[in-house]
Design a protein around this ligand. Sequence first.
Ligand code: HEM
Length: 226
Amino acid sequence: MILKRLVTSSVGRKTIVAVTGLLLILFILVHMLGNWNMFLGPDAMNSYAAKLQSLGGLLWIARIGLIVIFLLHVFFTIQLNIENKQARPIPYKKKDYVRATLTSRTMAVSGLLILAFVIYHLLHYTLGVVQPETFKAKLTDAQGRPDVYMMVIYGFRNPIISLSYIIAMLLLAMHLDHAVQSVFQTLGWTTKNIFPKLIRFSRAFAIFIFIGYTLIPLSILLGIIK
Ligand code: HEM
């Protein structure tokens, strides 16, 4: 009953987009912290990756959960967009861009490009289709574990791959700049007084994520991580 109301009302659909968005933001944060093992060296990175793999069934539950969350997020965003367009088939003559920021106006574009990036990223580091010769299944470290550390290094030594990741991180940061504050607003976790602070927090978080992820390809390109 609650589920039906959630899916059929526009407020319910907005809530689904916000909650799934929040879960994706948490994943993005945790994944970045995990990737920082690259700065601690091959042993740290490979034992982190091996620990994740050893979760077995749990890892698969998390993966399927993530896919479902992602699909719900994309599906209901598209549906809300279509509804908004149908509610106003004739576009505004003069668009009021004074309050709408660049990042809020480009959410659909940045979101779809992030989707394309995630597909490419899975083909690269999870399935080994992009660079099969340096995929983790083919590389093992001194302890016989899949050498995820070297796989990431080989990947980002290629400037075109690094650049494409950095561009994707920029799009991710643009998406987060609006998304974080939007989640808080939709879930009613803000007031008029703290709203300006929320906008600043959202921007700071987006920049933090951009720098946090981009440091990895940059450090590899500059030879800081070898
Ligand atoms: C510099 C940036 C990034 C690096 C170095 C990186 C690294 C990796 C690596 C090495 C894996 C494979 C882990 C393994 O199977 O052992 C992976 C998987 C994954 N990454 Fe990233 N990643 C980056 C950015 C991102 C971003 C921005 C997102 C999401 C928007 C993302 C989403 C994922 C997902 C969904 C998986 C699949 C997880 C799984 O197989 O269970 N990654 N990443």
